[in-house]
Ligand binder design. Structure first.
Ligand SMILES: NC(=O)c1ccc[n+]([C@@H]2O[C@H](COP(=O)([O-])OP(=O)(O)OC[C@H]3O[C@@H](n4cnc5c(N)ncnc54)[C@H](O)[C@@H]3O)[C@@H](O)[C@H]2O)c1
Length: 255
């Protein structure tokens, strides 16, 4: 259930934000929070029903949102998403890029197709999208991007080597974007959300969810709404001198 809009003092009131992966989990919660704070939200995902439902809910609560169905692994569709956001709302202030896939498979059993699909969606897609967002923000001389990366991209993984490689690539891309775009007053950061209770995380840990949660340093999974609050901080004044950083939400036990 969305909060009623009460964005009088919000730092993102009136800002234009694209959220990818908006139909589920962290992206969905981010759309709800930023809309409740008075941002104009482009709700983007593969899942048409999911984004239409969310836009309806945001509008019913008095917020401003617009649905755009796209596949992040297609460069032309990423370009159309960015053009759509600028055409609809006149500018682009924030990108939260949460679209991604994570399917477990032991490293030695990984097929070429599984490897390529994960790299295509998670890494190639991030490049296609951030390149086009970067051009708009560089021209505006302002903007911020927050990319959902992962601890696995730092530490590696036995059963998610393809996912870990894609997230490691995203981390390097985050730093490269920050270096390239700092001169244009554009900041770019990665956020490793830690174990967060979403369909992706539950699907990646189908038999050992409770044990995984128990091993978390706080003894619980974060909720998507809590990760959305971290994004709100990064997109607001608190994050304005932070760029090229990969933020984790909590310490992990030894690998
Ligand atoms: N949940 C966690 O514990 C966790 C941990 C580390 C990193 N992450 C990262 O956070 C991000 C969000 O994850 P989540 O847990 O909210 O996942 P989720 O599965 O709940 O949501 C992901 C969304 O991405 C969309 N999507 C998938 N492929 C797409 C494509 N080709 N084009 C457009 N949209 C597409 C899906 O339709 C879905 O709505 C992902 O990048 C994930 O790797 C999540």
């Amino acid at each position: 259930m969305m909060a009623t809009i009460n964005a009088g003092t919000s730092s993102v009131r009136g800002k234009v934000i694209i959220v990818t992966g908006a139909a589920s989990g962290i992206g969905h919660a981010t759309c709800e929070l930023f809309a409740a704070q008075g941002a104009k939200v482009v709700v983007a995902d593969l899942n048409q029903v999911g984004i239409d439902t969310l836009v309806g809910d945001i509008e019913k609560s008095g917020g401003t949102a617009n649905a755009f169905q796209f596949d992040v692994s297609d460069a032309a569709q990423c370009q159309r998403l960015v053009q759509h956001a600028v055409k609809t709302f006149g500018r682009l202030d924030v990108l939260v890029h949460a679209a991604g896939i994570c399917k477990p498979r032991p490293l030695l059993e990984l097929s070429n197709e599984e490897w390529c699909q994960t790299l295509r969606v998670n890494l190639d897609g991030t490049f296609f999208l951030t390149r086009d967002v970067g051009k708009v923000m560089a021209t505006q001389k302002s903007g911020t991007m927050i990319l959902l990366t992962s601890d696995r991209g730092v530490f590696g993984s036995i059963d998610y080597a393809h996912y870990a490689a894609s997230k490691g690539g995203m981390i390097a891309l985050t730093k490269s974007l920050a270096l390239a775009l700092g001169q244009y007053n554009v900041t770019v950061n990665g956020l490793n959300p830690g174990m967060t209770d979403t369909p992706l995380a539950r699907g990646a840990n189908p038999t050992n969810w409770d044990a995984k949660v128990a091993s978390d340093v706080l003894g619980k999974a974060s909720m998507p709404e809590e990760i959305a609050q971290t994004m709100l901080f990064l997109a607001g004044p608190g994050g304005q001198y932070t760029t090229g950083q990969i933020l984790g939400t909590r310490i992990r036990h030894g690998q």
